[in-house]
Design a protein around this ligand. Structure first.
Ligand SMILES: Cc1ncc(COP(=O)(O)O)c(C=O)c1O
Length: 458
């Protein structure tokens, strides 16, 4: 039965409500409200089944880089389909995965030399944790006590049990708490709501002191520090003070703690450089990538490691040093082919150099948002923006869901022709890297009007 036949009898929305369970969604509310059905896309816009067009203001959940139906990416998939869609990476290999690994290493921070594929950011993190754990157990001079993971409060690394364990967003954590493994968490640099009571003017970098203390006291038990470099996306686009990442790298090196940089959200140009680590020239021991790896086309992720870590897994079959992990679709040929075309676009279109002007336009376009009375803080790193709205700007009191203000901003933006999704009280603006200056201005206008009128309704 084709789409047209289905539509004659029952709408897609009705069938969805009868059979589908959506991610991060209260399905009761979903079933009670009318929903968008996206049936097409072109450039940085999405089209619904009634022919309405919307700017893709959060890059389809932070994945899309070059727009929808990008001919070079479409072509990479159809070209690969002429050979094969998928064959296993277990016990055999294939050109797209091999060549992509070489290309990925060539653009990644120096020192990373090996690529382990998976299908989502959460899995890439899960793999990073298992590799770090196993590394300390079986390297040349093992340190069996190094079994714990250090992470920041409010961090987010995905939804599988391991990645939730090293996450710190209470809303996602509390229900599963009994299933999670114990970790060590430290306050994050959330300067607008500084956990040490400082503000930007009185900052004494106490967050770094507390990090140093924890590391000094517990380094013998810490296998790795996992961090979202430069900006903690899901926590509400919380941005690090300059030098924070460098200090983290120094401490990890001094105290023999592996540094896992989770670049799932920040990788592939989002922050204005290829990777967020590049801003401070730091090299992690393990790096995770996903989301933008395929330009937003197909699910693919990777965990990159140093040669030293890789070497710790070499041995005879009976030595049990193998990394026992893999998925049915590891190294999927279609996904790797489109990821290679994505990287080729970065080279051909000189995407990174072109970003600086776009980033400046966003920065100056956001200035007038400060005149809106309920805008608490505006945080921007490259093409990633979070606008934190507050009920009371003086006390910084947050909105409650029942206030309905955040929802009204999002629906207002949709009504005006842009889709985005909030993170709590933070309105996210994360446009595709290919957005033109004119498109960026148009999206910012929509956002401004939507926030302004939501305040009036309130
Ligand atoms: C920093 C970070 N790590 C991991 C993930 C999980 O990625 P995925 O949704 O592909 O599992 C995300 C998702 O937003 C993320 O932002």
């Amino acid at each position: 039965m084709n789409n047209q036949t289905i539509l004659k009898n029952q709408t897609i929305e009705a069938i969805d409500k009868q059979y589908v369970w959506h991610p991060f969604t209260q399905m009761k509310e979903w079933q009670e409200e009318s929903q968008l059905v996206i049936t097409g896309g072109e450039g940085i816009r999405l089209c619904d089944q009634d022919g309405n067009w919307y700017y893709d203001g959060n890059s389809s959940m932070w994945v899309n880089l070059h727009g929808h139906r990008r001919p070079e990416l479409d072509e990479a998939i159809t070209h690969q389909l002429e050979s094969i869609a998928h064959s296993t990476f277990l016990g055999m290999t294939s050109p797209p995965g091999v060549l992509l690994a070489k290309e990925l290493i060539s653009i990644s921070p120096p020192g990373l030399t090996r690529v382990f594929y998976s299908d989502s950011g959460s899995e890439a993190v899960e793999i990073a944790l298992k590799i770090a754990f196993q590394y300390w157990q079986q390297r040349e001079n093992p340190v069996p006590s190094k079994t714990r993971f250090l992470h920041l409060v409010n961090s987010y690394h995905g939804d599988t049990i391991g990645s939730v364990s090293v996450g710190g967003i209470e809303l996602f954590h509390s229900t599963y708490h009994p299933m999670l493994f114990p970790t060590i968490s430290i306050p994050c640099p959330y300067c607008y709501r500084c956990p040490f009571g400082c503000d930007q003017n009185t900052c004494e970098k106490k967050c770094l002191d507390s990090l140093q203390t924890v590391i000094q006291e517990q380094h013998e038990n810490i296998a790795a520090f996992i961090i979202e470099p430069l900006v903690m996306g899901a926590a509400g686009m919380l941005t690090f003070p300059p030098g924070y990442l460098t200090k983290v790298r120094e401490l990890c090196s001094t105290y023999h703690i592996l540094l896992i940089a989770d670049e799932v959200a920040t990788g592939f140009g989002r922050t204005g450089k290829m990777f967020a680590c590049d801003h401070e020239g730091i090299c992690p021991d393990i790096m995770t990538v996903a989301k933008g790896l395929t330009g937003g086309y197909l699910p693919l992720a990777a965990t990159l490691t140093t040669e030293e870590i890789f070497n710790a897994f070499l041995g005879e079959p009976n030595e049990s040093r193998t990394f026992y992990h893999g998925h049915s679709y590891t190294g999927n040929q279609l996904a790797c082919a489109v990821a290679r075309a994505n990287l080729e676009l970065f080279r051909k279109d000189q995407i990174i150099p072109a970003l600086s002007e776009k980033i400046r336009v966003i920065e100056s376009g956001l200035e007038r948002f400060r005149t809106l009375s309920h805008v608490g803080e505006i945080r921007q790193v490259g093409m990633m923006v979070g606008i934190e709205l507050v009920k009371n700007p003086d006390s910084r009191e947050p909105y409650l869901p029942e206030d309905g203000v955040i929802k009204s901003v999002i629906l207002g933006a949709q009504h005006r022709g842009m889709i985005t999704r909030p993170l709590g009280d933070v309105i996210v603006f994360l446009p595709p890297l290919s957005s033109t200056l004119v498109e960026l201005q148009a999206m910012l206008n929509i956002l401004f009007e939507s926030i302004r009128s939501a305040q009036v309704i309130e």
